[in-house]
Design a protein around this ligand. Sequence first.
Ligand code: SF4
Length: 483
Amino acid sequence: MDARVSSKIQDVFEEPACEHNQNKSAKEKKKGCTKQLSPGAAAGGCAFDGAKIALQPIVDVAHLVHGPIACEGNSWDNRTSFSSSATLYRTGFTTDINELDVIYGGEKRLFKSVREIVEKYNPPAVFVYQTCVTALIGDDIEAVCKKATEKFGTPVIPVNSPGFVGPKNLGNKLGGEALLDYVIGTAEPEYTTPYDINIIGEYNLSGELWQIKPLLDALGVRILSCISGDAKYKEVAYSHRARASMMVCSKSMINIARKMEERYDIPFFEGSFYGIGDMSETLREIARLLIQKGAPEELRDRTEALIAVEEKRAFERIASFRSRLEGKKVLLITGGVKSWSVVAALQEAGLEVVGTSVKKSTKEDKEKIMELMGQDAHMIDDMTPREMYKMLRDAQADIMLSGGRSQFIALKAKMPWLDINQERHHAYAGYEGMVKLVEEIDKALYNPIWEQVRRLAPWETEPTPLVKPEPEPAAAPVAAQAA
Ligand code: SF4
């Protein structure tokens, strides 16, 4: 492995703010996410995919994948990250290397591709993503990007996170390292205010950032840079001038938040936009950090006044659903910060969470779940599809909230399902998002289709078992019986 990539990975593992890695033994740390993926395991996302997911929401830059076309095909536009202006981020660029490039090297092809992009699209920057094959043949993307930057006068940013170095989560952080090394601190904003913040780890999925922005606008708080949802290149470049940062997901880009604190004295906190209580806490924390960094004290009172108005409005809107949802049981298969932040949100709507998955959750996430659901919280480390199916089929849960991959389990059990992971098509952030989530749960639960699909087919007298019964043990041969 390239020595620069290995030292970056070690650096990410030493991340003092990442408790997950800090809790590991020296041996485990060394092994860490650098462990080789078994064939097919990259389906959940390789390190390249992770870096692309983290950076692709920067909307006005060209994202060029240096590798075989399948890598770009695998990662193109697989999230619903919205843009308010530029659309270049949704164009798939790849060097599409072939067998000859593998023999002779792909650096020239990469340089030519950057030239073509700059000439045709003139973007503010080109991000070049390393992949397995080009890393294995030894293409030096750093050197090519440096040369291209000098030649074309456009920043060409190397993102050295080939798929084989580890899983998606490591790739998120390596993507963050590319921003820290080549982008952040390279430009200056036209002006600054005492109310400038960064939001780190928010990808504007289905436009969730736009559910938060009006609240911050009402307080006069400016999002100087969102890393990376709906971001412009220059906004990321001058993000080092913010007064405070919010980390949206503790596991994706904590290295950016922590290193910006160290380098530029920008304090950060970890918060969530999911759920009424969590949204209010987030607004309070933003106000607290800004005041700590010199914003006027009156911001605190204005924040409390806004929270009071917004909470009242949201609860009033949710109240109309509460009577229909009270006591309905939810199986929550997600992970990370959502394993608890969504729990709080659902409880606010009167729903009972009968289980929440904690496979990707940190120790703190688990503590928060216990705080919300009590010591007996049903935390699921890893639930097999068969177990999920059984829970739904036996009506231990009325609805499952999860990612797209488990939707067919719910459909097979003829039970409602709602997508709350990255591919979701509805925005669930802030007060507005909470109302939307409740509305969507209500729609899913009371959809008349369930009554129809659960009916017996005209030729059935009893429901067809969806799981094949175990075969009966073969009868012993007659001779053996006689003996
Ligand atoms: S970078 Fe490697 S693991 Fe990832 S999609 Fe490309 S070939 Fe597959």
